[in-house]
Design a protein around this ligand. Structure first.
Ligand code: UDX
Ligand code: UDX
Length: 470
């Protein structure tokens, strides 16, 4: 077994940054370099002010403070780092392909391919290459064939590779906890020596019974399956939320009663405006594509429905808001509370807020958006790229919304308040104060089911809560 002394991680994003910070913290004898093509991102990782790191994750800045400059380094020197590392993690983004075969379903692997080519050209000696990004099943094959396409590197030195799959299971907002105390670590591969080397890195802080070793394809498929199952639970509970509203059942009570069955379990049964985040939709669509590729059309359709219900949930919330506001949003102001795809992150990728806000803008509403961590510029950029927003509004998106740092400023003189992210602070808003600053009648739409109905009833609001019958 080769003892790993130096690790390079290509991609300083939501996955690469926190993952390598924890590895560095737990493995003081390993030097770790996180490299990225994006100069601004690396500058942001290296800046003194730890409150302004490019990613917000509870507990991350404390770790960066401990290990940065000691055994964790951020740089743009990708080639140099590849040359001098024993192990290289590929942690670049893998967006959904926009054009050509598999467009709209399979992942665009251009960045992964680029990394493989860079590694093939620059590596020296034996290097273990680890897929960290979530990838379509059989991607390791692509990486292997690129790596092995020549016997020597660009400068004529001999080199060889082992490819492992080591998917990430961290959830944003709890990434550090998930990395420090994972349910399991999965390592897929066919080179026992390489597997042992990676296992040895994790054994620095993870008990060996939590480390699962499989073949490459099982590892890749397990990651897609885990995310598909999680997303499936959310679409399931969201579908039941609509039945609750029609029948007078209450979604929290139903979720509680169902979750108490130990075979089902309590987690991931919170109904909401639909799942977001960079992984769920993309991974299910990858699974759908894989099924179609192998002629498994019924299975493709089965999984595709999870995504369909997710889109439907967002649309039905928007339609409901329009309906409650007398079918007309022109000249109406709506306070949007929360834009990130979940609490405790500044990430907006696939956030349900994007589609819901886009529909409302098209309908003529003026939005006053508040979020505790998402920046105004990101919201503007995101909405101006949303295909739901009509082209004429997209061009002048700044006329359709304003961003408010203060939540009460967002709420002031609004006709409706729409809670889209479950930030803790929204649970303890001053409803007495709010009742005096909104336009009457005021509707409150709680899509995350976080408000106390009794408290709101003391004031003069119309309340709609997801999953509650009227
Ligand atoms: C995640 C996961 O890795 C992936 O599994 C998931 O499917 C989607 O995205 P994440 O860390 O969240 O990646 O992505 P992002 O925050 O966009 O970071 C990726 C980084 O890779 C960016 O900083 C980008 O600049 C960098 N990159 C991309 C490179 O350094 N080289 C490239 O060739 C491409
Ligand atoms: C997910 C997986 O959990 C993680 O294992 C994988 O590595 C990456 O994808 P992430 O997308 O960061 O993590 O967050 P997660 O907590 O899974 O939430 C995803 C979406 O589902 C969010 O929009 C969240 O609000 C929503 N959700 C989650 C619900 O609507 N209800 C729930 O009960 C749980």
């Amino acid at each position: 077994m080769a003892v790993i002394k130096k690790i390079c991680c290509i991609g300083a994003g939501f996955v690469g940054g926190p993952t390598m910070a924890v590895v560095a913290d737990r493995c003081p004898n390993i030097i770790i370099e996180v490299v990225d093509i994006n100069e601004d991102r690396i500058k942001a990782w290296n800046q003194e002010d730890l409150s302004r790191l490019p990613i917000f994750e509870p507990g991350l800045s404390e770790i960066i403070n401990r290990v940065r400059g000691k055994n964790l380094y951020f740089s743009n020197e990708i080639e140099k780092s590849i040359k001098t590392s024993d192990m290289i993690f590929i942690s670049v983004n893998t967006p959904i392909k926009k054009n050509g075969i598999g467009a709209g379903e399979t992942s665009d692997l251009r960045f992964v391919e680029l990394c493989a080519r860079q590694i093939s050209e620059m590596a020296i000696g034996h290097t273990i290459v680890v897929e960290k990004s979530t990838l379509p099943v059989k991607t390791a094959q692509t990486i292997k064939s690129i790596l092995d396409s020549a016997v020597k590197n660009k400068t004529g030195e001999e080199r060889s590779f082992s490819v492992l799959s080591n998917p990430e299971f961290l959830a944003e907002g709890t990434a550090i906890e998930n990395l420090e105390f994972p349910d399991r670590v999965l390592i897929g591969g066919d080179d026992a020596v390489a597997i042992e080397s990676l296992k040895e890195v994790y054994l620095n802080w993870i008990p060996k019974e939590k480390i699962i070793c499989t073949n490459l394809w099982s590892s890749e498929l397990s990651k897609l399956t885990a995310n598909a199952f999680l997303a499936q639970r959310i679409s399931s509970i969201n579908s039941i939320s609509a039945i609750c509203e029609s029948t007078g059942a209450e979604i929290k009570e139903v979720a509680h009663a169902v979750g108490k069955d130990s075979r089902i379990g309590e987690k991931f049964l919170r109904a909401g405006p639909g799942f977001g985040g960079s992984c769920f939709k993309k991974d299910i669509l990858n699974l759908v594509y894989l099924c179609k590729y192998y002629g498994l059309y019924e299975i493709a359709e089965y999984w595709n429905n999870i995504v369909k219900i997710n889109s439907w949930q967002k649309k039905r919330i928007y339609e409901l808001v329009v309906n409650k506001l007398y079918g007309n949003l022109s000249d109406k102001k709506i306070a949007i509370l929360g834009f990130s795809f979940k609490a405790n992150t500044n990430d907006t990728r696939e956030s349900p807020a994007i589609d819901i806000c886009s529909y409302l803008i098209n309908e003529g509403a003026y939005l006053k958006i508040h979020d505790y961590k998402v920046s105004e510029s990101l919201i503007k950029d995101t909405l101006s790229k949303s295909f739901i927003v009509s082209p004429n509004k997209r061009e002048k998106i700044e006329n359709c919304f304003s961003f408010k740092n203060d939540v009460y400023e967002a709420i002031k003189s609004s006709d409706a308040i729409l809670i889209l992210t479950e930030w803790d602070k929204y649970k303890s808003l001053d409803w007495d104060k709010i009742s005096k600053i909104t336009r009457k009648p005021t509707w409150v739409f709680d899509t995350r089911v976080i408000l106390d109905i009794k408290t709101l009833k003391k004031f003069d609001f119309n309340l709609w809560q997801l999953g509650f019958g009227e």
